[in-house]
Design a protein around this ligand. Sequence first.
Ligand code: ASP
Ligand code: MG
Length: 401
Amino acid sequence: MENSVVMKFGGSSVETIEKMQKIAKRIIKKKETFKNVVVVVSAMGKTTNQLLEMAKQAAKYPSKREIDLLISTGEQVSIALLTMILNENDFEAVALTGFQAGIKTGGLHTKNKILDIDTTNIEKHLNQGKIAVVAGFQGLNDAGDITTLGRGGSDTTAVAIAAKLGCSAEIYTDVDGIYGVDPRLYPNAKKLDIISYEEMKEMAFLGAKVMEPRSIEIGHRYQVPIYVQSSIHEIEGTLIKEYTKVEEKSVTGLSISEKVMMVTIKNYPSYATDIAKLFIALAENEVNVDMISQTPTEIGFINLSFTAGADDLEAVDEVIEHIMSQYQNVEAVKNINVVKVSVVGTGMRTQSGVAAQLFKLLADNGIDFMLVTTSEISISYTIDKKLMKRAVEVISEKFGL
Ligand code: ASP
Ligand code: MG
């Protein structure tokens, strides 16, 4: 659709009626430049958490279908109120639930994916000159049940609608844009003007919390320009797009995951079948294993280390107990005082020596690491929590983040 834009406002931007009145002004202003304005909103403030809390009080194992029904109400409150406010300001607007906006989903309740969007209804309202205010985070499945898209899913709703309409998505949030490194960890951090989809995806998966990773994936696939900016200050934000050759940097960002646990299993048999047995057991316990390394000790035995999310502690314990009951002399050491520091940049693909520079930098600063992994566009190190601040400082300084 020619001359369209999707604006998305998160929970903190619609926390109160007053805040909604403020963003209504920005929406109205947008309508001066764009013929078609679609607005996607999240639930007010911490509503989703509160609803989930109530579900927990109602039942030990609340049914997922009903959880979806319950938590999807949060967004419906926001769209109704915001639309009333727009109307009150003499602007024609219409509130649409996920279903009314044509959002078709599939998958498991509380973790649905958008399969397709039939934008006929949205377009009908836009063609009548109305601002379409769509509930984020929700859709309808084949069975006709209301579904939700997983936490933070409103970003996905916004980007998917923009993909379908062939326009950009503007994400309004409580930060000023995307930073190369979290300013709370490194106060000198610089805001990025642009970042590539790939880098943003990698940073989001690695722990940067500004945007929901799946929304970037959709943006990438359909080449939707995504503009992340402050909902409070009217200043330049960050554009997520595909780089041109000149725009590529070797290192764009640094991301930290603090909720990491490292497990080392000593004197484990080195045979592939035994190793497989361990990782199958971890997978069956839904432990998301991240980095893995092994070092031989004596013939036929290894020390095997891996990292997982700190939330998986109990599940990991169960597996270890099971493994130790099967093998003698096996010893397990868990370390929760570790963090994962990841350096991200698409330039790594073509520019050599980034890894070498990093290893030297860490060595020169006495920062020992336990595990290393690389992807095509990132290098991650597991280090002691105590060394995190130092690592962030030296890496950020070196690469001007
Ligand atoms: N309200 C939902 C959540 O809190 C969706 C979103 O905010 O994007 O996860
Ligand atoms: Mg969000």
